[in-house]
Design a protein around this ligand. Structure first.
Ligand SMILES: [Fe+2]
Ligand SMILES: [Fe+2]
Length: 130
């Protein structure tokens, strides 16, 4: 079972962006598959660290474009990115402190965040900048 599922309503209507988002979801699912495979040695901490890194890379790309193009809602958009990163760091800290990792909690968090953010912030961004 994949950790995350692409949903039709994730689409922002710009092919390159949808492709980039799909790719991020696939990368996260690939990392999760590795974590679940008994014959591959991946720790939960490594898995979470890599998921975090993939998302950071995507956000960095968007933020660079927004900065370069003088996007009017840069601050709000970046703040929303930060919110998700904070949530993931919280899950990572939790794992370190309690040794517990709830994959459902991570999946739920990412699914609802992607749903909201792609539909609102990212779709506005890409409509504005073309
Ligand atoms: Fe995005
Ligand atoms: Fe974004």
């Amino acid at each position: 079972m994949s950790l995350l599922q692409w949903k039709k309503d994730y689409a922002v209507g710009v092919d390159a962006v949808d492709h980039e988002h799909r790719e991020m979801i696939e990368l996260i699912n690939g990392l999760y598959d590795n974590l679940m495979k008994a014959d591959v040695e991946v720790s939960v901490a490594e898995f979470l660290g890599e998921v975090y890194a993939k998302i950071v890379a995507h956000f960095a790309l968007e933020e660079r474009i927004m900065r370069e193009r003088g996007y009017d809602q840069f601050a709000e958009h970046k703040a929303d990115h930060e919110r998700l990163l904070d949530d993931i760091r919280e899950i990572m800290d939790d794992y370190e402190i309690r040794g517990a990792f709830e994959e459902e909690a991570l999946a739920e968090r990412l699914t609802s965040w992607f749903g909201d953010h792609f539909k609102t912030m990212d779709s506005r961004l890409h409509k504005h900048l073309g």
